[in-house]
Design a protein around this ligand. Structure first.
Ligand code: PLP
Length: 385
């Protein structure tokens, strides 16, 4: 019966991260520096709001776009934090995580044969959705531009078939952010192009130096931009599945239909928790951010001592480290490190072929674990020199 399945569904691959996890599972004592989620618990006041919601019988469908109170809290939050202006009545949808926001946006805008520009190395959650839509992911190689997208890279990749560009900053897997002047240059170019922009800002609260800014705030950008955000990283709520999609109402009304026939609405219990997170927990991310920053400083110092030259991240909780000089593929490097030192990192090729030659280290792990991890990495590297 397999041959009867949709050929696009058959063609997409399980994520490279998942594949490597199957290897990691063989080493239960391994120090895992692979995590794509915060290692902090969800704040207590947020958890209590969800428990209260259950007792209050908030266990039935909400408005398709989400509770009005939550939409108001979300638009107020992004307004206060990032100066974004959206009407809570018709310019925001509460989604099942940022993942659903990505999915419904791409499904609402893409037609067969369209192209979508992606800066690579890149989060592996976009390409399969693009493929399922019958469209094509076009990678822009950012390995020579410190993992940043520049107008020149876009100019080289754009064609009449280009329907959208995805800008995921701060970036997973590189931790790189775009500075205001870089965003401005991009906005200046993109505002003149007839394409959509998907700005995935799920790590916006985890920026270390300077303040996060959204490309949608630049002149000419609001009308063509979908801003994607959520609570997975900012409030350590990956399992609650709450994301947000912001866009002008004339566009969003069509995406809302896709969302409606997909999930009806996001979990109402999680929505109640999200209201608490975005009203009484607006700065909950600060504590985690400070802790990540300490860990980033520690890992950076250790990697520099090992003589590794890497692009300094300014956001998220990842380091993307070149390993080409050690003469092994990313996968083999990660596999040998796991087998010899019982330390798990993600091979860079999980983030497109342009990630080959790198590994991703997540510092969503305790300082104690990171120290063990860095000691093991150092020992392993010495065996390769
Ligand atoms: C860049 C990026 N976008 C989106 C997501 C998905 O977020 P969510 O868990 O809210 O669906 C992730 C998760 O790791 C991510 O790294």
């Amino acid at each position: 019966m397999e041959q009867l399945l949709n050929s696009r569904a058959r063609s997409i691959q399980i994520s490279g991260i998942r594949k490597f996890f199957n290897e990691v599972a063989k080493y239960p004592d391994a120090i895992s520096l692979t995590l794509g989620q915060p290692d902090f618990p969800t704040p207590l006041h947020v958890k209590e709001a969800a428990i209260q919601a259950i007792h209050n019988n908030q266990t039935v469908y909400s408005h398709n776009a989400g509770y009005e109170k939550l939409r108001k809290a979300a638009t107020t939050f992004v307004n206060e934090k990032y100066d974004l202006q959206y009407n809570h009545q018709n310019e925001v949808i509460v989604t099942a995580g940022a993942s659903e926001a990505i999915d419904i946006t791409l499904r609402a805008i893409l037609s067969e044969g369209d192209e979508v520009l992606l800066p690579a190395p890149v989060y592996p959650g976009y390409e399969p959705v693009i493929t399922l839509c019958g469209a094509k992911a076009i990678y822009m190689d950012t390995t020579e531009t410190a993992f940043k997208v520049t107008p020149d890279l876009v100019k080289e990749a754009i064609t009449p078939k280009t329907k959208a560009i995805i800008l995921p900053f701060p970036s997973n897997p590189t931790g790189v952010t775009l500075e205001d002047y870089e965003l401005e240059a991009l906005a200046d170019y993109l505002s003149k192009q007839e394409i959509f922009v998907l700005s995935d800002e799920i790590y916006s609260e985890l920026r270390y130096n300077g303040k996060h800014r959204s490309i949608a705030t630049y002149e000419g950008m609001r009308d063509k931009t979908f801003v994607i955000n959520g609570l997975s990283k900012s409030h350590s709520m990956t399992g609650w599945r709450i994301g947000f999609l912001f866009a002008p109402s004339n566009i969003l009304q069509h995406v809302l239909k896709v969302h409606q026939y997909n999930v009806t609405c996001a979990s109402t219990i999680s929505q109640a928790a999200a209201i608490e997170a975005l009203t009484n927990g607006k700065d909950d991310a600060a504590l985690m951010r400070n802790e990540y920053n300490k860990r980033l400083q520690f890992c950076s110092m250790r990697l520099e001592q090992m003589g590794i030259n890497f692009v300094k991240p300014n956001g998220a909780f990842y380091l993307f480290i070149p390993v080409l000089q050690f003469g092994l593929s990313s996968y083999q490097f990660a596999l040998n490190l796991l087998r010899q030192e019982h330390i798990a990192v993600v091979p860079g090729d999980a983030f497109s072929t342009l990630g080959e030659g790198y590994i991703r280290i997540s510092y969503a792990a305790s300082l104690e674990q990171l120290e063990k991890g860095m000691n093991g990495l150092e020992k392993f590297i010495k065996t390769l020199c």
